[in-house]
Design a binder for this molecule. Structure first.
Ligand code: PEP
Length: 247
């Protein structure tokens, strides 16, 4: 199994509207002919319209979460199958904002990862430590435990990514040093090897947390960085392109 790298994925979070599809169109036009793999994960309401807006473009569309079940009495939720039908091909799972705001545990994230596979979506599984955990010297143990708890065995041999997103770097403008990023990505790779054996060498390990055009090149070229998960800077085509061009 070869997973094309890098992947640059944009997480629009709860931002965007039909008017914002113009940013996606601008991005798609500028990417034409470039071989980099790019995704946008808009709010669920925009997945279908974005598919229409980006027909025949190379920009992939993803969801930001999915429920473990296919359907049922889960008010406000959306299933992997629904996202796929609307045009998504991947889904972000276990983002720290969901872990914090909705109490998502590793077990719950693992169940969602299983659902994504069932629905034909490529999971991007987020992990990351708080600032207190980093200051206490626990970052590596926290993140490797999240990896072990959030990635079900059914991922073996499947296409997926892990996004290392230090919580204190998300939306703050702060980033870890390059050596901290490399240390963590190497530890994640080693854990993937422990869990999945030889299959553990294939998944991409994305970095996320205040990636912008000015820091993208050095981050994207660090050891074991297979791409980026980008929040704020993915909302404007020019900023997102600045990151993609740093590949
Ligand atoms: C994110 O929320 O996944 C993220 C990386 O956000 P930002 O790039 O804005 O820090």
């Amino acid at each position: 199994m070869t997973i094309p790298r890098p992947l640059i994925a944009g997480n629009w979070k709860m931002n965007g509207s039909l008017a914002a599809l113009e940013e996606a169109r601008t991005l798609a036009a500028a990417l034409s002919g470039k071989s980099v793999r790019v995704a946008i994960c808009p709010p669920s309401t925009l997945v279908g319209p974005m598919r229409q807006a980006l027909l025949n473009s190379q920009v992939l569309i993803g969801g930001q979460d999915c429920h473990p079940e296919v359907a049922g009495p889960f008010t406000g939720d959306i299933s992997a199958e629904m996202l796929a039908e609307a045009g998504a091909v991947m889904v972000i799972l276990g983002h720290s904002e969901r872990r914090a705001a909705y109490g998502e545990t590793d077990d719950r994230v693992a169940a969602k990862v299983g659902a994504a596979l069932r629905g034909g979506l490529e999971p991007i599984v987020c992990v990351g430590e708080t600032l207190d955990q980093r200051k206490a010297g626990d970052a590596l143990s926290v993140v490797t435990a999240q990896i072990r708890g959030s990635l079900p065995a059914t991922l073996a041999g499947r296409v997926f990514s892990v996004a290392y997103e230090p919580i204190w770097a998300i939306g703050t403008g702060l980033t870890p040093t390059l050596s901290e990023i490399e240390e963590m990505h190497l530890a994640i790779r080693a854990t993937l090897g422990d869990v999945f054996g030889t299959d553990g060498s294939s998944p991409l390990i994305l970095y996320g947390g205040s990636v912008k055009p000015s820091n993208a090149a050095e981050i994207l070229h660090a050891a074991e960085v297979g791409g980026a998960l980008v929040g704020g800077a993915s909302l404007k085509a020019t900023d997102f392109l600045g990151i993609i061009e740093a590949v």
